[in-house]
Design a protein around this ligand. Structure first.
Ligand code: AIR
Length: 434
């Protein structure tokens, strides 16, 4: 991949184009606006979340090269907030304005098999995987791997386009569930902790890595994240070396989120890459010296990168559409009574199961306090959702994951830690409320 060249800084007053206008584009646009930039977005949905922040919204599919060129013609630089942009559209945008990250880097990432192959070829640590394009190929992989997960190569995020398989006999229904699309079959590894590292890199080559975030998923969708991750120093150091090495090799300018597994046998494996802001760093808006959204603006405009360190431990809990679909409406005033809590809603009109509608964020004196408050605020907002997501109990203990604690962490991340059995008449959130 080409080495970055020196570019002039793109200064406030200029216009930033964003391919994609969902919540990530909206929060990036807000940061850009705060710094004095104008923002244009392109999204297939005329009511996309970023439309209220952008001065121009082009409504077109992500495969529309003419529309991408039209966006770029009106902008000084173009970035993206979703990787599923057609190759021709990426090239068309890049023909009219600098595109960060580059079409080549996004092309590698946007196909799950291509991405995994690239990582393996470059010598980065990944779990066992295989490409499959038939029932037989899936069955063969599962026969070799044991418990596996099949993910459609293209499209699909937030748990969509993924099927878990316990045995080869499930291959036929998995192939049907994936719409008979080519897929990546991965062996399910024994995960102690899921973590991510966000890297920012700008055209000058300057690069910074955020401290790792510790993440918890339910049904393939992020439920909560906390920073700092409270992991052993050796794991933190390894993750903070691995992620920038990948960003450098890919030549990414902008942001690269590296999702990692720390396995129960002590290995650090790369799960997935995302060349854009990432849900697992929404806490950076409050917890870090520079939010991921401001950092993206700085990176693509070739401004000096901001410091990524944690200034105050922080956590987030995602609010999916489910919160609005129960009989009892979410209790926003009660939730915001928890000390250090804030509500972030993305302005999506249509609450659907599994759709990310917003998040709650909290800060605290320690990561443990921050996640405790975030979960307390969530339970207050929607007790039914908290029960459904397995978040009704006490927060997980975020102690160092060395030695004996690995098993405990694994249980928490699988969601089968001992359920909380508190008395019905007490308020488990009392200590968190200030
Ligand atoms: N997104 C992109 N990749 C993964 C995720 N979650 C964000 C982007 C995108 C939005 O999700 O911000 O635009 C789409 O959300 P929805 O709810 O409209 O599908």
């Amino acid at each position: 991949m080409a080495e970055p060249t020196q570019h002039a800084a793109i200064l406030p007053g200029a216009t930033i184009g964003i391919l994609g206008g969902g919540q990530l584009g909206r929060m990036t646009a807000m940061a850009a606006r705060s710094m004095g930039y104008d923002v244009h977005v392109l999204d297939p949905d005329p009511n996309c979340a970023a439309r209220v922040v952008a001065s121009r919204t082009i409504t077109a599919p992500f495969s529309d090269a003419d529309a991408a060129a039209e966006l770029a013609r009106g902008c000084d630089v173009v970035t993206l907030e979703i990787e599923q942009i057609g190759r021709h559209a990426l090239d068309a945008a890049a023909a009219h304005a600098p595109l960060h990250p580059s079409a080549d880097a996004v092309y590698i990432i946007q196909d799950r098999v291509r991405q995994k192959r690239w990582l393996a070829e470059q010598g980065f640590p990944v779990g066992p995987f295989r490409e499959a394009d038939s029932t037989e190929a899936i069955a063969g992989a599962v026969a070799d791997f044991g418990a596996s997960i099949a993910k459609a190569c293209h499209g699909g995020y937030d748990g969509r386009g993924q099927v878990r398989l316990a045995e080869a006999s499930a291959a036929e229904s998995a192939w049907a569930a994936l719409g008979q699309r080519p897929c990546l079959v991965e062996q399910r590894v024994d995960i102690a902790v899921e973590l991510s590292v966000l890297v920012a890199r700008r055209p000058s080559g300057e690069m910074v890595a955020y401290p790792p975030s510790r993440n918890h998923h339910t049904n393939g969708i992020l439920t909560w994240s906390v920073i700092p991750a409270e992991l052993p120093e050796a794991v933190v150091r390894a993750a903070e070396q691995l992620a920038p090495a990948i960003a450098e090799r890919l030549g990414v300018c902008g942001l690269l989120a590296v999702e990692l597994f720390f396995t129960t046998d002590g290995r650090l494996l790369v799960n997935e890459l995302a060349p854009r802001p990432h849900n697992t760093y929404h806490h950076s808006e409050r917890a870090c010296a520079t939010s991921q959204f401001e950092q993206l603006v700085r990176a693509v405009c070739n401004l000096p990168l901001g410091a990524p360190h944690v200034i105050e431990p922080g956590a987030i809990v995602n609010l999916l559409g489910d919160v609005w679909l129960h009989d009892v409406a979410p209790d926003i005033p009660f939730a915001l009574g928890v000390a250090g809590s804030r509500l972030h809603l993305y302005g999506k009109g249509d609450a659907r199961h599994g759709r990310k509608m917003g998040h709650l964020s909290t800060v605290g004196e320690t990561a443990q306090e921050a996640i405790g408050r975030a979960l307390a605020s969530y339970r207050r907002l929607s007790p039914e959702s908290a029960v459904a997501a397995g978040l009704a109990g006490p927060p997980p203990a975020l102690r160092s994951a060395d030695g004996a604690l690995l098993a405990e962490l694994a249980a928490v991340d699988r969601g089968d830690a001992a359920p909380w059995q508190g008395p019905d008449d007490s308020d488990p959130d009392r200590e968190d409320v200030g």
